[in-house]
Structures are given as C-alpha cells and as structure tokens.
Design a protein around this ligand. Structure first.
Ligand SMILES: [Zn+2]
Length: 423
C-alpha cells in the first residue's frame, strides 16, 4: 500500500508559450512554508525556440528544484509526465546528497503518471554553463575545440528582477561568444524566488548539515537542470558545469555542486559533467593565461562580487586573490579584466598586509605563493606586492582574525551604550 504523504505538491502540465515555461502547482501540508506561492516559477529561454519541447522534458527544471526540498520534508511530488532518463538518474544523484550529509534522512517520493523516453542524435555538440569567473573560463578554454554553447542563468547570482546587473553579465556573455566564436543561450528563471530560501536555510541548519540552502543543497541541480529544454532543442550531448572545488577538498567541504551529484544528472540523450575538478584554482589560472598567450584570444575575467557595474573592483579580497594568482603565473592582471592604478594596488596590498581581511591566509594563498616562487623572481613583480613573495601568511591571517574578534567585541560593547543614549 502506498504511504500517504502529508506534504505534497500536485503539478499541472507546464504551460509552454514561445520561449517560456510556466509551472503551476498546488502545495499541501506543513512544507508549504518552504514556498513563496505568490511568486510564479517560470523559465524563459533567450534566443532559442523551445516551442514543441515535450512536457516530460519541460518539467525537469521544476522537478529538480523540488527534489531536495521534498527529500528533507518527506514530501511527495506528483507530476503527469517525466523523462525516463531523468527519472532513472534521480536515485543516483540522491545518493550523492546522502553521502555528503549522513546526518540527514533523505526521504520523499516522486510519483509520475507517465514516463516518456526522449532520445536524439547528439548533433548539436556540447554546452557549458558560463558565469565569467575563473572556473567558467577554465572550462571554456579547456573545451575550446568543442565550441561549447554557453548557457548563462539570470536569477542565480544576479537576482531575476535586477535588470542593470543582468545587462552587465549579458554584454560580457555576448562579447565572450564573439571572441570565442561560440553560441550562447540565456536562461531567465525565478527558481530562487519561488521558494522561501530563509526558511529552507534554517531548516537545513537545524538538521546539523553545517551548510546553507543555496550553497549546500540547491545550486547544483537547481541550475544545471535548466539545461534540459535547451538540450532537447539544440540536440546537445554533454553539458559542462564548472567545479568550484578540487579533488583535494573531497570530504573537507560540502557543496550542492559535486561530482557525486552533478555527474549522475541525465536527461534524454544528454548528461551533465562536473568539469575541472582535477584542477586547483591556481592550475585553472595557469590554464587560462597559457591559453590566452597561445591563442591571442582575450580572457576578460569577471570574478568580483562586490562591484555593481560589472567590472572587477580591484579593492576586494576576491579581486586581490585573482590578481596575485595571475602575477604568480608571470602575467599582468591588466590583460585579464583588472583595471587599476599603481596607487590602487598600493592601497589594496597594504589593506591585505595589515590583516584587514580574514580570507587572506594560508588556505587560499599558499598555492599562489608557491607558484609565484616557481615562476617569478621577486624583482619581476610590482614593488608593492614583493612582500607577498615570502610573507608569513599564517601570521597575517592570525592578525586578521584578532582584528575581526576585536571589532565584534567593540560592536557588542557599543550597543547598550547606544541604547542608553537614545532613551
Ligand atoms: Zn572586487
């Protein structure tokens, strides 16, 4: 006898109009708290015709985004149709989650009225998700000969209603597609706003997962499943999803995008491939500068999360880390999307040296320092960063941690006083 689930979502057939898929569903039970039901879940594909995509493929982005929620809430997902290949791959990528989070009991159920086999001759080649950072460019240059179609999601890092932010990403994407002579497809999706992220965050933290919802549970299959309708329309074969971590991190980090998860995701005749896992970040930077030198094709990296105009701010730790990594390979960051004056470099270097940022420490910088010693002599470097060559990273990191603790104590001490003053 089938167990009746108290938490349930009943999904209607997706509405497909031109290049847009809209999902309609009814949610029942206490897990309703995990949804923003006033926000419709839709996916809009730019510069591609998906009219005619089978319902069993069109529903995949929705199912993939519901699955992790259903697993932790023990909920049932009821859909009229699903692609057979995707359906069969679910237990395999679910096992990746189970191994990563042994403290959580992943339950739930997917009930499908009709499973459909979708197959195509993979004449459309491969594709790669592309955000413009080191990981994404590494994947692009490593697979340059395959001319992968670039897929960029609006609604992942840039909010789905942030048109200014998107315009920056979009113009960078168009420029890259011209420079590398590859096609691109944009994907605008409300997948992050149709669910209640703060509630889900709290839920997975209460289960002692040690990670948050977006990073630890959502972004992998949440994003890469959006490729299913594109794969059908363009007859794609492999879709690369760039790794953020490397094999040496295995077992030390949790992340929703992992080879044990991504590499099992399949739909129709296409599959996801977690790409670049064998490379450290420094090795990826090496691949990038080497490619740029040999091919003469520019690599305008976009790594900064702080800037709003799309350029790298050249003031934050992420910019600093990437700039140093390029110097360490014997190249000039100015050729890779970083614009700064000597004075700006001096200010940034002094900030980091004085322990302003706790991210600046051995964990992220030892590999950069080692490469620098292998590839450069101190005199080749700009005078303001020569100290980094043999800096004691442990000591600077320690200083940053103390500074951070002091700031937090000051903050707490200041609070009651402020209250009294305001009375
Ligand atoms: Zn920055």
């Amino acid at each position: 006898m089938r167990m009746k689930h108290l938490n349930r979502i009943i999904v209607d057939s997706p509405v497909i109009e031109h290049n847009k898929i809209t999902y309609r569903y009814k949610v029942e039970g206490l897990w309703t708290e995990a949804f923003n039901l006033d926000k419709v879940f839709y996916v809009e594909y730019g510069n591609i015709d998906i009219q005619g995509v089978p319902e069993s493929i069109a529903v995949i982005p929705l199912i993939a985004n519901l699955l992790p929620i259903a697993w932790i809430y023990d909920a049932e997902i009821v859909v009229p149709q699903c692609d057979q290949m995707f359906y069969d791959s679910i237990p395999k990528f679910k096992a990746g989650y189970e191994q990563m989070y042994p403290m959580i009991d992943f339950r739930g159920q997917l009930s499908v009225d009709h499973l459909e086999k979708n197959e195509w001759d993979s004449t459309g080649g491969n594709a790669a998700f592309f955000s413009g950072g080191v990981d994404a460019f590494n994947t692009l240059v490593c697979h340059y000969d395959e001319k992968p179609t670039l897929l960029t999601v609006w609604g992942a890092d840039v909010a789905v209603d942030n048109a200014d932010g998107w315009n920056v990403v979009f113009s960078h994407l168009k420029q890259t597609s011209r420079d590398y002579d590859v096609n691109y497809v944009t994907i605008r999706s409300s997948f992050r706003v149709s669910i209640n992220e703060p509630v889900l965050d709290k839920k997975v933290r209460s289960l002692n997962s040690g990670d948050g919802w977006w990073h630890g549970f959502h972004h992998g299959i949440g994003i890469n499943s959006h490729a299913a309708p594109v794969a059908w329309a363009k007859k794609l074969s492999t879709i690369y999803f760039a790794s953020s971590f490397t094999a040496a991190d295995k077992g030390k980090v949790t992340c929703a995008s992992d080879p044990t998860i991504d590499n099992h995701v399949k739909f129709g005749s296409a599959c996801i491939s977690h790409d670049g896992y064998e490379f450290t970040r420094q090795m990826k930077v090496h691949n990038i500068v080497e490619f740029a030198e040999k091919s003469g094709i520019p690599v305008p990296l976009r790594v900064c999360w702080r800037s709003t105009d799309g350029a790298n701010c050249c003031k934050c730790e992420k910019c600093w880390r990437t700039m140093l990594a390029i110097y360490a390979e014997g190249f000039d960051p100015h050729q890779f999307g970083f614009e700064y004056s000597e004075e700006q470099l001096r200010v940034l270097a002094n900030d980091m040296r004085s322990g302003k940022d706790p991210m600046f420490g051995p964990l992220r910088y030892t590999a950069i320092q080692n490469s620098m010693k292998t590839n450069c002599s101190k005199e080749d470097l700009p005078s303001d960063i020569r100290w980094f060559y043999d800096a004691n990273l442990e000591q600077i990191h320690h200083r940053a941690i103390i500074r951070q603790k002091l700031a937090s104590v000051k903050h707490h001490l200041a609070r009651p006083i402020t209250k009294i003053l305001h009375r």
